[in-house]
Design a protein around this ligand. Structure first.
Ligand code: ACO
Length: 383
């Protein structure tokens, strides 16, 4: 029988994997919208939980709907003692993304949600996952330094509570706003690798904790969520504004990839990077505790624009998110877990959407191996 003639598209670039009405990107014009609303408007005017509701349920919540969702989330932020104990036994040098993936998967045993067609089960799984991610990330940071995790403070907002559990102090209003905006900007981004992964796992009718833990694993790779850590490392290595040009020119000469630059979809500057850059100016005006990485970053961007605009390579969200987080005092390896705290809303929105018209993902392949081979007994095989 003849093999089917098929063309393989590496990375499935440009191949629609689902119909979706959650978010929209125009990579040429630099537009990102959630349910039709520009992301920068949401980041400016709304809160992360409002945006999570919008992504999950398709509309901005009315006040009573928002109050209920907010209180459901707030009252599920605690972790079970047994989960905290389990975390104590994980290796201290494990990456926080590994903790997050492991605990998200384990939650499926404490809150069984295998009946994914049950609306109640789906709602409370969504609530628990969104509510507990910040508590897990903060507990992981405390435990690895030998400190007791801090219990959530239900009087605080979602973003302020995370900061409080991490640093044992309540953030000022600007810090709370920028953290909340960071979660909004990361909440969804069409069919990226981790969202695709969530939809594939969801399509098997696996439970939502398994869905989210696979998406966390997918996000952990340096080509997806890990680039902001690399950006901060690079900027620290550059050390001063005047070193930026020779450093970047050398990287370009050696055909090395500059982290936080380039995007599969955006052929112009990422709108999320524009938003974070403008907030960074205010942040760096208020505090400059850790050296002015913003000044170095903007010089790097200038060189990138001069040299790489021809390839349509511009800063992406990771270019500025790491700078903001390090200025807030967040350890570098918590950057991607914070990305996941926002993106979990998008993963779950895609999971709910997938279940509405579900068909298990089962793509094809173009076979390039041998056929009709003879079985050679072991004693006759050549090494
Ligand atoms: N620095 C220098 N050159 C680059 C960069 C970069 N960051 N990114 C791409 N290029 C060049 C490539 O070398 C290639 O050049 P060539 O055509 O001369 O060979 C061309 O641009 C196309 O690059 P691809 O890797 O084919 O682009 P792709 O769409 O597959 O990859 C990606 C996109 C993975 C984001 C890539 O730009 C990259 O690795 N960037 C750095 C990592 C990064 O910042 N990731 C975060 C992405 S945003 C997110 O996930 C939240």
């Amino acid at each position: 029988m003849e093999e089917k003639q098929m063309e393989v598209v590496p990375g499935l670039a440009g191949i629609p994997a689902a119909e979706s009405s959650i978010s929209y990107v125009d990579g040429e014009k630099g537009i990102l919208e959630y349910r039709g609303i520009p992301v920068e408007v949401l980041a400016e005017k709304s809160t992360f939980l409002e945006v999570a509701y919008l992504l999950l349920f398709g509309k901005l919540p009315a006040e009573s709907e928002y109050n209920k969702f907010n209180s459901d989330i707030t009252y599920h932020t605690r972790l079970k003692v047994k989960i905290l104990r389990m975390m104590e036994f994980l290796p201290e040098n494990g990456h926080p993304m590994e903790y997050l993936q492991c605990v998200a998967a384990a939650m499926g045993m404490y809150y069984p949600a295998r009946d994914v067609m049950n609306e109640e089960t789906r709602y409370w799984s969504v609530v628990r996952l969104i509510a507990k991610m910040p508590t897990i990330v903060a507990a992981c940071e405390r435990l690895r330094h030998g400190d007791a995790p801090i219990q959530p403070n239900n009087a605080l907002s979602f973003a302020a509570n995370f900061y409080y559990m991490l640093f044992e102090k309540v953030p000022d209003a600007f810090t709370e706003k920028i953290l909340d905006a960071m979660l909004i900007l990361h909440a969804d981004h069409t069919m990226n690798a981790s969202t695709f992964s969530a939809r594939v796992v969801g399509s098997t009718l696996a439970d939502p904790y398994t869905v989210v833990s696979s998406a966390i694993g997918t996000l952990s790779g340096p080509l997806h969520g890990g680039a902001n850590e690399e950006v901060v490392r690079m900027l620290r290595e550059i050390g001063a504004k005047e070193n930026a040009r020779p450093y970047i020119e050398k990287m370009i000469e050696r055909h090395e990839k500059i982290m936080g630059v380039g995007h599969r979809v955006y052929k112009t500057k990422d709108p999320r990077a524009i938003f974070l850059q403008s907030y960074s100016h205010q942040l760096f005006k208020n505090n400059t505790k850790r050296g002015n990485l913003l000044e170095i970053a903007e010089e790097v961007e200038k060189v990138v624009n001069e040299k790489l605009a021809i390839k349509k390579l511009y800063p992406n969200v990771d270019f500025y998110s790491g700078i903001v987080l390090q200025e807030l005092g967040v350890p570098t390896d918590l950057f991607t877990p914070i990305f996941a705290m926002g993106r979990v809303a998008g993963w779950l929105a895609h999971w709910l959407e997938q279940l509405k018209t579900n068909r298990i993902y089962r793509p094809d392949q173009k076979y390039t191996g041998l056929r009709n081979q003879r079985y050679v007994p072991m004693e006759k095989r050549k090494g």
